[in-house]
Design a binder for this molecule. Structure first.
Ligand SMILES: Cc1cc2nc3c(=O)[nH]c(=O)nc-3n(C[C@H](O)[C@H](O)[C@H](O)COP(=O)(O)OP(=O)(O)OC[C@H]3O[C@@H](n4cnc5c(N)ncnc54)[C@H](O)[C@@H]3O)c2cc1C
Length: 808
């Protein structure tokens, strides 16, 4: 084994092999993979090898499409057979709700160029005669589905990588990983040491233990998973003979099952409700290429449904039952990317569908390591999406929930219960007493809406029980004044000698003067948006940044990377700063009642920021509101939050003050056309595409990150797309996100978010379309749950488009 390498990949499963292949393909030849046993010896060897493109999350679907398309390439390049069987597949719905979901998935597929078709149960039966059409209400057919040989696939990646110059060492166990003072790494193995700039944790079943070698407790847990293989079936032989091809894949969501042909019989696997974590605290290093004891009792319920839905199974024997472990992150998506504060350390683990996603993971990570950017939006699988709330016990609870719900519907208004409540703010009890229905964001309980006694969310694709109550909350903000908790936002302090110089380079706006705030887009070097914040300077040289709560670790990692060479201290307040916001035409009067400070229109102008007394306590108050109304954000230490909440609630009674939740906030921001992080603002759009161009100070002296690219983007009027607001002729359901936008019946764009703007009585969708089409008023339509609805481009904000209410 050599003593130095550019990068060391730990783990020779399908994911590590893919990472190695992509690194070597993109030009890093001096790369080494270390495998403690032999290639595939973790979860890879006993996988069912199934793969497909369809996924509820379009970003993950794109990744899966790339992976599936890659197999021919590595087979040809390596000369290693991957055992590819592209059978096509049907996804089956036994209920109307599930069928609605399939229809929305088919719609989302349109703008990604996927050609999945909605078909009837009879058509599904014609394609896959093992199913009983009477048990289903509809299906989705996709040609790009099949299975392959896990061993052959991993070896095809490995051989391709070796052909490119990479080295692979089997029977080489990494025992310790040490970071040297120059930030490089010394990887200690049972075969000697290797010094390297980059270490990749692709340890699969042992990824958690490899993480612990560098002081990380990764949110990843292995679960037992069973599939059975039947004896040869005459129905299968008959199908093969008559159609001259293999039986199609099938996913039966309501039976929680997946099926495919295995030799002359069938393979049936299930994500059982009665699931079991495997080695929940520590994975034994002695485990290798072993199977677990099958436990048929745990999957009896699912199998009973399976035998009913696929009657031929009733008279077929079971040849073999496989039970093997594989890993999951709390939300079922991979854990990929760099770790803040550990330069050169990369994650490629928690990949629960290695044969659908492994190629995309390898591509993203290799791009990231070589170019400094994954090349597309990978937030859905970025390891930074879990903060320190994701403890071992949290991970255990969420992974079990995720596994058991793998084939269950998650409705857009459905909040999942596991590992909750975990983090709460001091006013949690006060809010729940008032009927707050809580959601969770980045581990914190956040109010979604306020329900009267006895009313709860009914989970649905359509407008639901909350509709009239959210409408009333939104109306009260526009007519009187509302109060909402904002502790879920991310809050950062930026201090130190170089704070201003650092921020001037980090952010593309002009820095605010003392006592003022400004909107602050943050660009990557390629001019695309990596963050959008409100930046304030409450005291000379001290800055407060407010941003998206879910991106706290994601942004902290970026802030830290850019801080090199500056004397600056960036800290996330996290739960140590709480927030409240009041908004509406009577907000000023309310605030004036609880403070001695002059908050009149002239005394406190739009975007002013200062600390003031509130009742017996004090808060930092900024005059800004995401509602687009006259409003204020109040930031305080948690021990002051109850007092400030009570003070405002008491003072606001005769002004009509009422609490509102995030659903009403969403409704209010939609009628202002305000975008949000992770939907409208993402690292794949430039500032002029997403409408943040007006905040980019190209003429400021500082050479801010992305300035050159932004200058070009401005000249182009945005590189490719434009963010538009539409009013949709919807009836009982509004867009959620990712629906296709059509121009004269042709899919040209996609929705990023939307909902019902209650005080404008309009169903609103925000989304991207090619910039050449962006000025067209007519011809637009949007698909919602398989139905086409005409849409009108909305050039101006539906509410207060001159901003008089907000600024007055
Ligand atoms: C029963 C079953 C059925 C499945 N069916 C499918 C399917 O149909 N489709 C699909 O896409 N996925 C399926 N999967 C999941 C799939 O197996 C995983 O997604 C995939 O194997 C993950 O690969 P990996 O490379 O991340 O991990 P692993 O395969 O676990 O590889 C990790 C490797 O790292 C090595 N390693 C760990 N620590 C060290 C160390 N310290 N030093 C050196 N080497 C180390 C291990 O020996 C191991 O070889 C199935 C899994 C199971 C159990």
């Amino acid at each position: 084994m050599k003593s130095h390498a550019k990068a060391v990949v730990i783990g020779g499963g399908v994911v590590g092999a893919s990472v190695l292949y992509h690194l070597s393909k993109f030009g890093w030849k001096d790369v080494v993979l270390l495998e403690r046993s032999e290639l595939t010896a973790g979860s890879t060897w006993h996988a069912a090898g199934g793969m497909h493109t369809i996924n509820g999350d379009p970003n993950v679907a794109k990744l899966q499409k790339y992976t599936v398309d890659l197999y021919k390439e590595i087979e040809e390049y390596s000369g290693q057979d991957v055992g590819l069987h592209m059978t096509g597949g049907v996804m089956l719905a036994a209920t109307k709700e599930r069928f609605d979901w399939l229809k929305s998935i088919a719609g989302k597929g349109k703008y990604m160029g996927l050609d999945a078709q909605i078909i009837s149960p009879k058509e599904a039966h014609d394609l896959m005669p093992l199913l009983d059409p009477d048990q289903f209400v509809g299906a989705l057919f996709d040609e790009v589905e099949g299975h392959l040989d896990p061993y052959g696939t991993t070896h095809a990646y490995a051989k391709s990588a070796k052909k490119n110059g990479a080295e692979i060492h089997q029977q080489t166990k990494v025992e310790r990983i040490e970071q040297l003072p120059d930030h490089t790494w010394l990887v200690h193995t049972n075969q000697g040491q290797i010094k390297t700039e980059h270490v990749v944790n692709a340890g699969g079943l042992w990824a958690r233990e490899v993480g612990r070698m560098v002081g990380l407790e990764l949110p990843v847990l292995a679960m037992e998973h069973m599939y059975l293989i039947t004896d040869d079936m005459p129905e299968v032989a008959d199908f093969n003979a008559k159609r001259g091809k293999e039986m199609l894949h099938a996913v039966d969501f309501d039976g929680e099952l997946y099926l495919r042909q295995e030799r002359g019989g069938m393979l049936m696997g299930t994500y059982e409700k009665d699931c079991r974590p495997w080695m929940p605290y520590e994975t034994s290093w002695d485990f290798s290429k072993e199977l677990l004891e099958p436990d048929l009792d745990r999957i009896t319920n699912e199998l009973e449904v399976g035998f009913k839905h696929f009657p031929a199974f009733q008279h077929t024997g079971i040849k073999q039952i496989i039970n093997g472990p594989f890993t999951f992150a709390p939300d079922g998506n991979p854990l990929v990317g760099p770790i803040q504060g550990k330069r050169g350390l990369w994650m490629a683990c928690g990949v629960m569908a290695g044969f659908s996603q492994g190629g995309g993971v390898g591509l993203a990570l290799a791009n990231w390591m070589i170019e400094g950017d994954p090349g597309f939006d990978v937030f859905a699988m970025d390891v930074s999406r879990f903060g320190d709330f994701a403890t071992l016990a949290y991970t255990n609870a969420k992974v079990r929930e995720n596994y058991s719900r793998r084939f269950s519907i998650r409705f857009p208004n459905e909040e999942l219960p596991a590992a909750r409540p975990l983090r709460t703010t001091p006013i949690y009890d006060r809010q729940t007493k008032l009927g707050a229905q809580m959601g969770v964001s980045y581990g914190l309980e956040v109010p979604l809406w306020y329900a009267p006694e006895g009313v709860r969310d009914e989970f649905s694709w359509y407008r639901s029980t909350d509709f009239p109550y959210v409408a009333a909350e939104a109306r009260n903000v526009r007519e009187n004044v509302g109060i909402i908790e904002t502790s879920g936002f991310a809050k950062y302090s930026v201090t130190g000698k170089d704070a201003a110089a650092y921020l001037d380079r980090l952010l593309s706006n002009r820095l605010p003067s003392v006592g003022r705030m400004t909107l602050a887009p943050m660009l990557k070097h390629d001019g695309r948006v990596i963050g959008d914040f409100t930046l304030g300077q409450p005291y000379e040289g001290e800055y407060l940044l407010i941003g998206s709560g879910i991106a706290e670790d994601y942004h902290m990692r970026w802030f830290a990377e850019q801080a090199e060479g500056y004397e600056v201290n960036v800290e996330a307040y996290g739960p140590s700063m709480a927030g409240l916001s009041i908004a509406g035409p009577k907000a000023r009067e309310l605030l004036q009642r609880v403070t001695r400070e002059d908050v009149s229109a002239n005394g406190m102008k739009f975007m002013d920021l200062r600390t003031m007394d509130i009742g017996l306590s004090s808060a930092m108050v900024g005059r800004v509101s995401f509602t687009g109304d006259l409003g204020y954000e109040l930031w305080m230490e948690p021990h002051d939050q109850v007092h400030i909440w009570d003070t405002l609630i008491n003072a606001g009674e005769d002004l009509g003050l009422k609490p509102f939740g995030l659903r009403a906030l969403n409704s209010l921001r939609l009628e202002k056309g305000f975008g949000g992080w992770a939907s409208e603002y993402r690292p794949i759009y430039d500032a002029y595409e997403c409408g943040l161009g007006r905040f980019i100070a190209l003429d400021k002296d500082a050479d801010f990150i992305g300035k050159t690219a932004a200058t070009d983007h401005k000249k182009l009027g945005g590189s490719k797309y434009k963010l538009l607001t539409f009013v949709v002729d919807a009836n009982n359901s509004d867009v959620i996100g990712d629906e296709p936008i059509l121009m004269n019946g042709r899919c040209v764009g996609w929705v990023t978010s939307g909902g019902y703007a209650h005080t404008s009585n309009a169903s609103v969708a925000l989304g991207y379309v090619p910039k050449e089409l962006a000025s067209k008023d007519d011809g637009w339509s949007i698909d919602i749950i398989g139905e086409n609805h005409s849409a009108k481009r909305q050039a101006n904000a539906l509410f207060d488009h001159n901003g008089q209410r907000m600024r007055g």
